[in-house]
Design a protein around this ligand. Structure first.
Ligand code: ZN
Length: 499
């Protein structure tokens, strides 16, 4: 049995290495690729992905899995995790016919191009047939795994966060929606108004220098990773070699800074997974929600906290002395924590952001339940944006056409952003209880104890536990929006209290 296990692990690690090479090609495409080399790159990536597909569907892998599953009682919990996750990947690679994979990838790329045009022209009708095709394919894919009809949405949620279902997310978001409303109302009607106009003309070179210092100080290991520039910030690779990107805008320095801290949170999770297990379930992140919790806890709970800025404000002022001249510490801190309604999800603050996600979740669920159809989407979007967020949506470009996700067939992905925010708040309270004096640490520029705690309690387990089990083990509670509500109340209500 140990022989079968050893062989399985060696195979998984080899397939992972091929995936890493493909990932580097993808990173290079976004960061370095000369414009006329795109076709060559597409051919390289397709040759490599064909090879990876062949290796991941090899009958030998199936035999090894069957042998190990038949002897599952002799496996340690760690080995059982490796086998379970390998089975999940193997089924995903083998149960979907090659013909379907080709159709889906064509539909996704056509959908993406149709979406970019439709968004520019503010023309939902031009995009609708492509979205319809993607939705149909999403249902078809779910059916290969036995998820029929309305249950198809559960397949997609489970794909990104194993074990989560539509009904669980629905209950969770219903509470959040109800509890967020009074917080948002109080902030919006407050006489305290953040000055968001102070962030103008921040030289890009100084921005880069400052944010590199910050992410190094919080624990990004530059000897096992890089930070480069790309149009859309992302984090790719694994703990062995992580590639992050950000972008700079002289008139929007907080966007670069906080998106870099955000990606650093993702990167430090990867860098905290046990390196000897990379390629297996024990060296893989739990799911998208836990991944997002790690980026959000650094971006928001730490990065936007008063204690953190107590330490970093002098360096920030030194870098941007002229720009911040005459701006008080309180004005700066309030601007860093500005809350306001924005029609665009990615430009929204951490309070109203969750309402954007709830809107998308409700629409996705209604589509999969056949309660609404694709042509209804713009009207439903606008109606619910008013009801849930309080927004009057003026154009489809600022409404239903704003996100890339559906154009590429990614349904069920949005909820993980807010589930990540919920988990971040739960982990935050658990860490604060376990580590008294954290704020004093931050005020001295020390974040090492928090990172160690995250490594010990979350990172090192890989996929040993599911999202909800991990949450219970770390916090003593199931995934529960109450912590996020408490955190937001604690952070924002004093800040926006009327004098
Ligand atoms: Zn993220």
């Amino acid at each position: 049995m140990t022989d079968a296990y050893t062989e399985l692990v060696a195979e998984l690690k080899r397939i992972c290495l091929l995936g890493e090479a493909a990932g580097l090609l993808g990173w290079d495409e976004q960061v370095n690729l000369p414009p006329k080399s795109a076709n060559r790159r597409a051919a390289q990536m397709s040759a490599l992905s064909e090879l990876i597909h062949r290796e991941s569907t090899a009958p030998r892998l199936g035999d090894l899995l069957e042998a190990l599953e038949a002897a599952s009682t002799s496996l340690t919990p760690g080995q059982a995790c490796v086998v379970r996750e390998a089975r999940r990947d193997y089924d995903r690679a083998t149960k979907i016919p090659a013909e379907f994979v080709r159709r889906r990838s064509t539909a996704e790329s056509e959908g993406y191009h149709a979406w970019t045009k439709a968004r520019a022209a503010d023309d939902f009708a031009a995009f609708a047939p492509y979205l319809e095709a993607n939705l149909k394919l999403a249902r078809e894919e779910a059916a290969f795994f036995g998820y029929e009809g309305a249950a198809a949405y559960d397949y997609w949620l489970d794909r990104f966060d194993p074990g989560l279902t539509g009904s669980f997310v629905e209950q969770t978001f219903a509470v959040l929606k109800r509890e967020l409303k009074p917080i948002v109302d109080q902030i919006l009607t407050s006489s305290v108004k953040p000055r968001t106009d102070i962030f103008r003309g921040f030289p890009v070179g100084q921005q880069e220098q400052f944010l590199r210092t910050v992410i190094g100080a919080i624990g990004f290991d530059f000897d096992r990773g890089r930070l480069d520039i790309a149009v859309h910030p992302f984090c790719a690779g694994n703990g062995g070699d992580i590639r992050m990107t950000t972008r700079y805008d002289a008139d929007n320095p907080l966007d670069s800074l906080f998106s870099a801290i955000h990606e650093t949170g993702h990167a430090m999770y990867e860098q905290g997974l046990p390196e000897e297990h990379i390629g297996t379930g024990l060296g893989t992140a739990v799911g998208m929600a836990v991944h997002e919790s790690q980026s959000r806890i650094w971006e928001n709970q730490v990065g936007r906290s008063r204690a953190f800025w107590q330490h970093w404000e002098p360096a920030y002022r030194a870098a941007f002395a002229e720009q911040l001249d005459g701006i008080s510490s309180e004005e700066l801190y309030l601007a860093i924590n500005a809350v306001g309604l924005n029609p665009i999800r990615v430009d929204s603050d951490e309070v109203t952001y969750n309402l954007h996600i709830i809107l998308r979740f409700e629409l996705e669920q209604a589509l999969f339940l056949n309660e609404i159809s694709i042509p209804d989407l713009p009207t439903e979007w606008n109606r619910r944006a008013k009801e849930i967020i309080g927004l009057d949506v003026k154009t489809n470009r600022e409404g239903v056409l704003q996100d890339v996700h559906w154009s590429g067939g990614a349904f069920g992905y949005f909820p993980s952003y807010t589930l990540g925010n919920i988990l971040a708040a739960q982990f935050w309270f658990a860490a604060r209880e376990a580590l008294p004096g954290l704020d004093d640490d931050f005020a001295c520029g020390e974040t090492g104890r928090l990172l160690e705690w995250l490594r010990e309690n979350i990172h090192r387990h890989g996929r040993l536990h599911s999202t909800r089990v991990l949450c219970r083990l770390v916090t003593g509670n199931d995934l529960d929006p109450a912590a996020l509500i408490s955190y937001l109340n604690e952070r924002y209500l004093p800040l926006y209290a009327d004098a």
